[in-house]
Ligand binder design. Structure first.
Ligand SMILES: [Zn+2]
Ligand SMILES: [Zn+2]
Length: 62
C-alpha cells in the first residue's frame, strides 16, 4: 500500500499517511482517491486539486 509522510495536526508531528479503501467511488473510473488517513491516529486528510494536503478549516473564499 502507498504511504506518504506528512505533518499530522492531530499528532503534531510528521506521520505516515496511508490510503484507506475508497468507499466514495473515486477509483471506479481509474482515478486516484484523494483521501488519506494518519496511520498513527487515523486523522483524515484530503488532497486538494494541486496535490497539496488541504487542512480542514483553512479554506479561503476565491
Ligand atoms: Zn475516495
Ligand atoms: Zn496523526
Amino acid at each position: 500500500m502507498d504511504s506518504q509522510l506528512w505533518h499530522c495536526s492531530d499528532c503534531g508531528d510528521e506521520r505516515e499517511f496511508v490510503q484507506p479503501p475508497c468507499v466514495d467511488g473515486h477509483t471506479e473510473d481509474g482515478g486516484e482517491c484523494p483521501e488519506w488517513a494518519c496511520a498513527d491516529c487515523g486523522a483524515a486528510l484530503v488532497l486538494g486539486v494541486v496535490g497539496v494536503p488541504e487542512v480542514h478549516g483553512l479554506r479561503h473564499a476565491a
